[in-house]
Design a binder for this molecule. Structure first.
Ligand code: ASP
Ligand code: MG
Length: 418
């Protein structure tokens, strides 16, 4: 007997039939004797619709009211799932973020969870075996008493935070894929599902473009050492043996619990980046600060940065990447700061892709970068920028070559399934 958080994403609760199916998954675990807290997303497409309604009402809307609107999607599914559970004889009660409460910062639309009191839910597990059905994505700011939301994809984070708060044994994320793959199977049909992946690797995969989980949820899992199990909600509830060691899926856990070791665990890629080149800036102290200072103030995240070697000892070029969505804003900020930076020319392009090889095994292996660069060269793929960390090598390339690069690296590092 244990304690579980079961999280269901939007496609898993997309209509009443699917919500009934979710109820059967929950029943299975309750019948196996577990304490269960469920975290739900809004029905598929609902949050997009709510966001769109806010924009329609006014392009410049108050973020507090945006949160009041978009948090409603999860309120509905939490109530509906509780009804569906009660209908099959399971004690269940819905909980909004403010009722638990899930206390967050006041950064509306991207709030951070500060504290959760799980004691009432634990009491109810003990006293009446009651399943808690929690609206994901939302919380409350204790100072203002207002509803907040955690950013798109935030119910993953709600789930892992809840799991830590109620001292769960595991946080199961039921989604529309059956686990974490070595890369996107739509690009590389030979991609393999990983049985286990370390928190660090998953964190990099998610940050570098894999869309399975919200990055913050993996961070929280790592901080609390809470195992996260990614599995499909489309497996038939009756086909799953709750006592089996590990059903199909991927366990995200600490590095020590992983036996099989590869140097590279996965290949991530993202086409959501844009490149900005600032040409002919002066090669002297303070110039980089004059560029990145205003960008930071505008809350624009900069990723890869390359500064060319100066030919004449006086001028140089600086190239860096930002999220595509931030490109126009970034160019605007740099145009405004033209006088204080002092450049000749400014260019932005979105025809780029970032491809990353990720693996905690790189810490103890030399030569991974060299292997990667020669494999790309053999395919005639030009590298425009490089960035590395202890467990990651990323290259920036022409977007047209993204798929080829991913396939090449996937084979190179022995990740193809046989
Ligand atoms: N419903 C929210 C979204 O679509 C939160 C979530 O599903 O994780 O972003
Ligand atoms: Mg999601």
């Amino acid at each position: 007997m244990g304690r579980l958080v079961m999280k269901f994403g939007g496609t898993s609760v997309a209509n009443i039939d699917r919500i009934r199916n979710v109820a059967l998954h929950v029943k299975r675990e309750v019948d196996a004797g577990h304490d269960v807290a469920v975290v739900v997303s809004a029905m598929a497409g609902k949050t997009n619709e709510l966001v769109e309604w806010c924009r329609e009402a006014s392009a410049m809307h108050d973020a507090r009211e945006y949160d009041a609107v978009v948090a409603s999607g999860e309120q509905v599914t939490a109530g509906l799932l509780s009804i569906a559970l009660q209908a099959i004889g399971i004690q269940a009660r819905s909980w909004q973020g403010w009722q638990i409460p899930i206390k967050t910062s006041d950064a509306h639309a991207s709030a951070r969870i500060l504290e959760i009191d799980g004691s009432e839910l634990i009491n109810r597990f003990r006293e009446r075996k009651e399943v808690a059905v929690i609206a994901g994505f939302q919380g409350i700011n204790p100072q203002t008493g207002r509803i907040t939301t955690l950013g798109r994809g935030g119910s993953d984070t709600s789930a892992v935070a809840m799991a830590a708060a109620i001292h769960a044994d595991r946080c199961d994320i039921y989604t529309d894929v059956d686990g974490v793959y070595t890369t996107d199977p739509r690009v590389v049909p030979k991609a393999r599902r990983l049985d286990r992946i370390a928190f660090e690797d998953m964190l990099e995969l998610a940050s570098q473009g894999a869309k399975v989980l919200q990055v913050r949820s993996v961070e929280l899992g790592m901080v609390h050492n809470m195992p996260i199990f990614v599995r499909s909600s489309f497996d038939k509830p009756e086909d799953i043996d709750p006592y089996a060691n590990q059903p199909p899926g991927t366990l995200i856990c600490s590095e020590e619990e992983i036996m099989e070791s590869h140097v590279v665990t996965g290949i991530a890629f993202s086409k959501d980046e844009a490149q900005i080149s600032v040409r002919q800036i002066q090669d002297k102290p303070g110039v980089a600060a004059s560029i990145f200072g205003p960008l930071a103030e505008a809350n624009i995240n900069v990723d890869m940065i390359v500064q060319n070697v100066s030919d004449d000892g006086r001028h140089t070029d600086l190239t860096f990447t930002v999220q595509s969505a931030d490109l126009d804003r970034a160019l605007e900020v740099l145009r405004k700061a033209k006088d204080s930076i002092g450049y000749l020319d400014l260019r932005g392009s979105t025809d780029i892709a970032k491809v990353s090889a990720i693996g905690v095994g790189m810490r103890s292996h030399a030569g991974v970068a060299a292997q990667m660069f020669s494999a790309l060269a053999e395919k005639g793929i030009n590298i425009e920028a490089i960035s590395t960390s202890e467990i990651k090598i990323s290259v920036l390339i022409d977007a047209a070559y993204a798929e080829l690069a991913v396939r090449t690296l996937h084979s190179l590092f022995g990740l193809d399934s046989r």
